[in-house]
Design a protein around this ligand. Sequence first.
Ligand SMILES: [Zn+2]
Length: 257
Amino acid sequence: MQVVPIPILADNYAYLLIDPATGDAAAVDPADPGPVLSEVRARGLRLTHVLCTHHHGDHSGGNVAIADALPHVAVVGPQVDAARIPGLTHGVGHGDVVQVGSLTVRVLFVPCHTRGHVAFVAGEGAHEGPALFCGDTLFVAGCGRFFEGSAEQMVTALFDVLGALPPETRVYCGHEYAVANLTFAATVEPENQAIHRKLAWAVAQRAAGLPTVPSTLAEEREYNPFLRVHVPALARGDTPAACMARLRDAKNAFRPA
Ligand SMILES: [Zn+2]
């Protein structure tokens, strides 16, 4: 299994999920089809699937153009949001599997950012650990806004659904937000040295023109405030959902100095 991040639009990531055994590949959230199709051609791959995490245009906006260019491609996305996913050919729900060459991709239902948001996990059982494509649900040191869901749903998504994956799971998220997210994290948990170390690393990566993806779930638990809502310094006596809501409100209002 190979994963290639492709920076698109202002700060989005599309990904190619490649099965080296067959040369088959899936494109995750290829909202700008040009650079994604160029990469497919340059690598001599056969694109078999688009995997669409949610309906927002910066994730789903390339579905139709890719299906027009490559009519055999299956466009996979959440069935509960079928009316809002352009070009959808294969509506899926929690636990469904998609086969990309010899790779099995499992669908996880994580509604909150949108009411139909899904994540895709590939390569479960692989020795290097699975790859998680989580769209706008989990970011490096952050999580998505609760546009169509509640703090309770984000707790379920991050702890019960994504949190059930192995700690070595590599996290491939939908946006490059690491520096801004870690800058916020440092204000809510200033004593946490893992935040400061990751922030210094992320600043250096970005200065070198490199991505901050992937991280791992184990790493995220060290510095991501939204995965630390049960830690006393952040919870301050609140329930996980109440802490999640408070952190999200604070992040929404946060403007770096
Ligand atoms: Zn979104």
